[in-house]
Design a protein around this ligand. Sequence first.
Ligand SMILES: Cc1cc2nc3c(=O)[nH]c(=O)nc-3n(C[C@H](O)[C@H](O)[C@H](O)COP(=O)(O)OP(=O)(O)OC[C@H]3O[C@@H](n4cnc5c(N)ncnc54)[C@H](O)[C@@H]3O)c2cc1C
Length: 404
Amino acid sequence: MLPSPVIIAGAGPVGLCLALYLARKGVRSVLLETLPSDRFLRQVLRAGTIHPATLEMLDELGLYQTLESRGLIAPTVAYWDRHNDTRFAEFDHAVLKEDTRFPYVLQCDRLKIVEEAWRALQARDVCTIRMGTTLNAFTQTEDGVEAVVTNEAGEAEAIPGSFIVSGEGSHSLVRKALGIEFEGYTYPERTLILSVAFDYDKAHGYAYRNYLSDPVEWANLFKWGDPAVWRVVLPTREGEDPDALLTDESVQARLNRLLPRDQPYEVATRSLYTVHQRIATTFRKGRAIIAGDAAHVNSPIGGMGMNSGVHDAMNLGAKLHAIVEGRAGLDVLDRYSRQRRHVAVNHTKMHTERNKKLLAEQDPAVREKNHDDIRRIAEDPARARQFLLHTSLIQSVREAEAIA
Ligand SMILES: Cc1cc2nc3c(=O)[nH]c(=O)nc-3n(C[C@H](O)[C@H](O)[C@H](O)COP(=O)(O)OP(=O)(O)OC[C@H]3O[C@@H](n4cnc5c(N)ncnc54)[C@H](O)[C@@H]3O)c2cc1C
């Protein structure tokens, strides 16, 4: 008899990459996605930065070539003092050429990864994709799991499986049903995210990826594609009226403060988003496992959320494959939890908190020192390599490998 499929809830980047990994190894899965097919590719823009360690994984899944042609290669990342309008440091990923086949970042939005992975999966018989199907509850025994869903026809249905993996995002029903605490905090202020059609690189010499520090209004500026589409990320103040923040007048004023212009900016999308720093206390209970945003959420400064979620998927995929083939017992899933929780705490959380602090630092003397430190690191190739090994998440993968 064939082993029961792995049930994966959520066709975000994490659920899709896990399903694709398993499919390529011949492991059966059922992928549940609450959005129906006709709305699936109309989701709002979110993540857009793919780091070198993740590019290697996407290549292993057969997705890299297509994504490269749909994305933008960004070899450098620049740090600016917005207060003085000076670029105080720039790092070139070329120093990582001995560490990775991909010594650059690919700017490519989450939806393109989702679309390509979803397409690739449709060609694989071992994965059953159930669109418009919502996981509502599940039970587990020593031998298997049963998911209770509302299917596309609106009916309740029970689906048996060997394991259940939540790639449902931060509101994960599985995490809540398991009673796993989501430790951490929520920033009181929201973050404003704009998509702007403007050539910031040509107009002001910005790199494709820029972090601008400023005690009043820090910013992130990333080129996302050609013809010019840039993502501009700006802070807001605690308690500011969300509607007022999204008016044309307010958005244009803020873009003009960043770079004055005599014509209005063309703003394609605008959204406010609440940022959390939270990590589940464990990523596994019995045959139920959580991954990606279901297990950890963090500030987007540094572009690590989706990346580390894909890393969870690949790590977990290898372990589920080993269990199905009889090469490992269920306890290998505890190693998954130890490894990926270590990364969430010591890499993703640590770096994204540090990035936010660096950009928003209020004390002029500390700002000056921070900028000097980063300048000196960027000027020394050995230290620049160490710095980029961390920001590119290569170091996190190496450290996780060393955890028993
Ligand atoms: C504005 C913004 C900007 C960001 N920028 C970056 C960035 O630059 N770089 C980066 O790495 N990360 C970034 N992130 C974070 C990144 O988007 C997430 O980390 C990533 O999308 C998480 O992937 P996931 O697959 O875990 O969850 P999601 O992408 O949230 O996908 C979850 C999927 O599960 C489905 N689902 C949910 N519940 C159920 C259910 N019960 N049953 C069935 N289906 C269900 C949802 O419809 C969805 O398709 C950003 C996030 C935001 C909000």
